[in-house]
Design a protein around this ligand. Structure first.
Ligand code: SAM
Length: 285
């Protein structure tokens, strides 16, 4: 690939998705964009680059951006954040909200939906403890293609084998040939919609808990700051943020601080320490 074409794709991706593409990723660009070139009846990456230059073919630009996203996900990914959510966050936040009886959760880069359905399974398991409660989960992602898969909620044997306990597979999925389809019980509290984290999230409303896991790793520090600062505006003072294992707020934003003893979990920096939802040390350690 010509270096000016690499620079053009790199700038395009940074602008549209926040993805940082270093020069050693030429192979990734080539392998992900060849299928896009073929889909648009172009002979190779030179022709693709020439077609992109006027920046006027929106469907082509969308296909390029989506092709470069990494959609790796699994049920109960890393396990610990979901144990913490079930054993500590849920009891604390519901105790705080006994008047409203409502809890909104956002999975802010939900990929093919495993994170959303994991949370839905936890809520389904726990719901007997919370009669009359209204739980809802919004899953968003930049990629329409991956969101369609999330919405469909159909997974291969390989996908369900990664992290999903057999008891929950049988309870919350219907088998159809070699695939597994999420049952309506989980779908009823779940919604999906496209959303780009580079844009303002204000129109999505407030959330009690935000999962923004394994997406900030693709962004540069100023973009991480912008995204985290925007997320902080959607949380109430006792709201919580979950990041991925390789992500942190430290050195990136002053709006959040880590919850002591609960790796990967963050609260608003200006939240009062007296708030029970923010003093969880030891509860699930
Ligand atoms: C590695 S997956 C993480 C999925 C899930 N959160 C997890 O931890 O398993 C990253 C997702 O971020 C999405 N993504 C990348 N850039 C984005 C952006 N600017 N706005 C919203 N989603 C984005 C990708 O499409 C991809 O599905």
């Amino acid at each position: 690939m010509r270096s000016e074409d690499f620079d053009m794709f790199r700038d395009l991706l940074m602008r549209r998705s926040g993805l940082v593409l270093s020069p050693d990723k030429v192979y990734l660009l080539e392998s992900r964009l060849m299928p896009v070139a073929r889909k648009h009846n172009l002979r190779g990456l030179d022709e693709l680059a020439a077609k992109v230059k006027p920046m006027s073919d929106e469907p082509l630009l969308v296909d390029i951006t989506e092709a470069m996203t990494t959609n790796e996900s699994s049920f109960f990914r890393d396990q610990r954040p979901f144990e913490l959510f079930k054993d500590v966050v849920l009891p604390k936040l519901t105790a705080e909200r006994s008047a409203q009886r409502s809890l909104r959760i956002w999975s802010a880069a939900c990929s093919s939906g495993q994170e959303v359905y994991t949370l839905a399974m936890i809520l389904a398991e726990e719901k007997a403890k919370y009669p009359g409660w209204n739980f809802s989960i919004l899953g968003t992602d930049l990629s329409n293609e991956i969101l369609a898969k999330a919405q469909e909620g159909v997974y291969t044997q390989f996908e369900v084998q990664r992290g999903l306990p057999i008891a929950q597979l049988v309870k919350y999925f219907d088998q159809n040939g070699e695939k597994w389809r999420v049952k309506d019980e989980l779908r009823s509290i779940v919604k999906f919609k496209p959303f780009n984290l580079l844009t303002s999230p204000a129109s999505l409303g407030q959330f009690d808990v935000i999962f923004c896991r394994n997406v900030l790793i693709y962004f540069d520090p100023p973009t991480k700051t912008k995204v985290l600062d925007a997320l902080s505006g959607l949380l109430p003072s006792d709201g919580l943020l979950f990041l991925g294992g390789a992500e942190t707020v430290l050195g990136i934003t002053e709006k959040f601080k880590p919850m002591e003893g609960q790796r990967g979990t963050y609260r608003l920096a200006n939240a009062s320490d007296a708030n029970p939802a923010t003093t969880m040390r030891g509860a699930a350690a």
